[in-house]
Design a protein around this ligand. Structure first.
Ligand code: SAM
Length: 263
């Protein structure tokens, strides 16, 4: 039996649960790259069923590697303020070894955060956690400032699994806002797909923007960035089997994991 497709305007919020389903699958592996004990509960049965029907081993390996890569990035970037944009079912505020000197802000659509908060209501975060329901294509800076975010102090930002779902204009507006809020020395992690990947089957019709040169894009907003591809030596974790050809080879669908520092 095939899993019913979420209505098209519900698919992108549903991807938050799909990501959790993949993290649950990784958590069950003896050679797991991380452990997310909340992922199975947050994913729920429909997302697990859709993962099994639609996604390949390579898709699962991508999310495993991406999660581990950004876990390492967050833990190696000490800052008192962490902002997770489009946090979805991200449970880093509960599972990373932070402490109460860290304030973590999670932004996503209100319905997504309400669903997650209801399921995690009995759990204690490892940091000071704030959730902010917001449409990230609309002005959201005041919401973050109201919750105590200090733009004059360095911060760490993560934009994981979002930019490809935004129009080019909304992606650029978002980067502009983040850059205005990030003091020099702040760090940013994000992932993007290249423009050829807009046709990538499981997400075709939902991916809206591709970035072919992430370093150049981020330089426009005042960030020094480094982009790697999953499978590169630094981000292989002995898990990602596919090796992307060098970046100057045209005609290849690619994904990039990007880290950057604010000038
Ligand atoms: N970062 C999480 C992760 O990696 O598991 C979630 C990624 S999920 C693929 C995409 C997320 O983007 C969803 O949680 C969705 O609700 C959020 N999102 C998409 N468009 C948004 C918007 N305009 N405003 C707020 N959140 C948005």
């Amino acid at each position: 039996m095939t899993t019913p497709e979420p209505a098209s305007d519900e698919f992108v919020p549903f991807t938050a649960r799909l990501m959790a389903a993949m993290r649950a699958q990784e958590t069950n592996r003896p050679d797991r790259l991380f452990s997310d004990p909340f992922a199975a509960m947050l994913a729920g049965e429909e997302a697990v069923a859709m993962m099994r029907q639609r996604l390949s081993d390579n898709d699962l390996a991508y999310v495993a590697v991406r999660t581990r890569f950004f876990d390492d990035f967050l833990l190696s970037s000490p800052a008192g303020q962490v902002v997770l944009l489009a946090a979805g079912m991200d449970t880093r505020a509960f599972r990373l070894p932070w402490n109460r000197t860290v304030t973590c802000y999670e932004l996503d659509q209100p319905a997504v955060l309400n669903y997650k908060n209801a399921l995690l209501s009995e759990m204690t975060p490892t940091c000071q956690r704030h959730t902010i329901g917001a449409d990230l294509t609309q002005p959201w800076m005041p919401l973050l400032l109201d919750r105590g975010y200090r733009p004059e102090s360095p911060s760490i930002w993560l934009i994981e699994g979002l930019l490809m779902y935004l129009s080019d204009l909304d992606m650029r507006k978002l980067l502009h806002t983040v850059s205005d809020l990030a003091a020099p020395g702040s760090r940013l992690g994000l992932d993007v797909v290249n423009s050829l990947s807009l046709d990538y089957a499981p997400y075709k019709g939902y991916f809206r923007s591709g970035v072919d040169e992430p370093e150049s894009l981020l330089a426009e907003y005042g960030w020094d960035a480094v982009a790697v591809q999953p499978g590169d030596e630094a981000v292989n974790y002995s898990r990602y089997q596919q090796q992307f050809p060098p970046r100057d080879v045209p005609g290849v669908q690619r994904a990039f994991l990007v880290t950057a520092e604010r000038r």
